[in-house]
Design a protein around this ligand. Structure first.
Ligand code: TYD
Ligand code: MG
Length: 497
């Protein structure tokens, strides 16, 4: 059931007023003469307790929790009933996936990301899709004018003005005052409120500038109460600081129900939305998008991270990596270059930098590869962030390949975790990974020796990273041999009889 929840008056704060002894007239300020009966010196101070907006909202929030059982009595675990969770589909499958199936009514989602990454674009797309489904949407923009929003909407969906009825439920409010946003929510009762961005919204009664921790914290808390009070979904947009933290040092994270991170390189088209915290679903899923001329397009095809026409190169190894329930075959690249002895650099983009440093040490120790004076640069192609240790084997092969100058043969990929002893350890979802690699046309899949039983003939077991150097050198010798044979054949064919 949607709509405003009736107010309670439990939360109160004291307020001073003045009452006339003669006529009972009440005045907010003291005066020598009563403005009603004109008697002198009759006003007396009295303290009244008045409910405030915030405390009302807090009370409503408490009431919604209390609906599931008394706040003061403990309930048996078996007797507690799960409340029905109503969700609003955003109409964007990749975004729904990260949310755990859509926006939960009465919840607050915080979307954080670098400036210019595409947050407002995604929010406008979500607003238009939800409005298309006949829901009321209020888009409160505190950074742009209403006209700028309209121009963006036109870019995303050219000629939308022809279908007036479709978007009639979408209202744009260009205001930075939270009180105005609250007022419009009261009059419109939208299903979805988008606040873009929280850093620019402020409350006039707070003695702090917009964007300060005090303002951000208070405004976000008010929005949480508002979401509960009006039973609507709220999405709050937040910028991140240079070091990647949400501005207002993590103050908002505990208040919201879902925290999403919008990531990607501004110079690459690929963008990903990742769940950092989700009270209504998993945080393992990611939503993939590509920024195009007409907004964000969903990337459902897992081959987006591979260029099938690229010939095998030294230092490039494909790896079937898991993201939530999906598997993507991603290319991992490494470059090994001469550095300074004892001060060699380890730089990573898209893969874990500290893991790269550790793997370089393991390679030195257990694969007898000297890297102490070599700079290592490693990354994932396409800008996808790979955090799971299951990519270790592919990363090590990329480093060895780059160091020796040996490419992996065409149609090869690798998956496995590397232990500190140099052993190749098992990884979760191995069958799914191998199946996905096969689907993408890989004919030789290097896998941990402990998991070989479950897999088909394409799987080749690897026990330790000590085996990798031999494997690369052997295949390279074969390739060289084959290449020489085919060159000789070409020469013979071209000779005159
Ligand atoms: P924007 O959504 O405003 O980023 P944020 O709100 O995170 O600051 O837009 C980011 C960039 O995307 C902007 O530089 C222009 C570009 N863009 C496109 O390439 N195509 C589009 O259709 C739109 C709307 C924006
Ligand atoms: Mg923006």
């Amino acid at each position: 059931m949607r709509g405003k929840v009736p107010r309670m008056t439990t939360g109160k704060k004291p307020k001073t007023s003045y009452r006339c002894k003669n006529c009972e007239h009440q005045s907010p300020r003291w005066a020598g003469k009563c403005p009603s009966c004109n008697e002198w010196d009759t006003l007396e101070e009295c303290i009244t307790r008045v409910a405030t907006k915030t405390s009302n909202a807090a009370a409503v929030f408490a009431e919604s929790i209390a609906e599931q059982g008394s706040m003061h009595e403990a309930a048996s675990l078996l007797e507690i009933k799960a409340p029905a969770i109503a969700r609003i589909s955003t109409g964007i499958e990749e975004f729904n996936r990260v949310l755990g199936g859509g926006l939960v009514v009465g919840s607050v989602v915080l979307l954080g990301g670098d400036p210019g990454i595409g947050k407002s674009t995604l929010m406008m797309q979500v607003a238009m899709q939800v409005a298309q489904r006949g829901e009321r949407v209020l888009y409160a923009t505190s950074e742009e004018s209403a006209y700028q929003c309209k121009m963006r909407a036109e870019r995303l969906c050219g000629g939308f003005e022809q279908s007036k009825e479709t978007y009639s439920g979408l209202k744009i409010l260009a205001d930075t005052d939270l009180a105005n946003i609250q007022r419009l929510v009261e009059s419109n009762e939208p299903s979805l409120l988008i606040v873009d961005s929280i850093q620019m919204v402020h409350r006039g009664d707070l003695d702090a500038s917009p964007g300060s921790v005090k303002q951000i914290r208070r405004c976000c808390l008010e929005l949480v109460y508002l979401a509960r009070e009006y039973n609507m979904a709220v999405i709050v947009v937040g910028h991140v600081t240079k070091d990647g933290q949400l501005a207002g040092p993590r103050v908002l994270e505990h208040m919201v129900d879902v925290l999403l991170s919008f990531e990607g390189d501004r110079h690459h088209g690929l963008r990903s939305v990742r769940g950092v915290k989700n009270r209504f679903g998993t945080t393992l899923e990611i939503g993939l998008f590509e920024m195009t001329q007409s907004g964000l397009k969903e990337v459902g095809d897992a081959a987006a991270f591979l260029d099938p026409d690229m010939p095998p190169r030294a230092g490039a190894v494909a790896c079937p990596a898991m993201h939530g329930s999906r598997c993507f075959v991603v290319e991992i690249q490494a470059l090994v270059a001469q550095g300074t002895y004892g001060q060699a650099k380890r730089r990573a983009t898209g893969v874990d930098g500290s893991r790269l440093t550790m793997l370089a040490a393991v390679l030195e120790q257990h694969a007898s590869i000297q890297l102490i004076d070599q700079d290592i640069y490693a990354g994932s192609v396409g800008g996808l962030r790979l955090v799971e240790p299951a990519i270790d084997l592919a990363l090590c092969m990329a480093v060895i390949g780059a160091h020796l100058g040996h490419p992996l043969p065409a149609g090869w990929c690798a998956i496995g975790e590397i232990g500190l002893g140099g052993e190749v350890r098992g990884v979760p979802h191995i069958e799914q990974r191998v199946a996905q690699a096969k689907r993408r046309g890989y004919t030789t899949i290097l896998v941990p020796i402990t998991q070989i039983d479950k897999l088909g003939q394409e799987a080749v077991p690897v026990a330790s990273i000590a085996d990798l150097t031999g494997l690369l050198e052997k295949n390279n010798d074969n390739n060289e041999g084959e290449k020489m044979l085919s060159d000789d054949k070409k020469m013979e064919d071209s000779l005159p009889c």
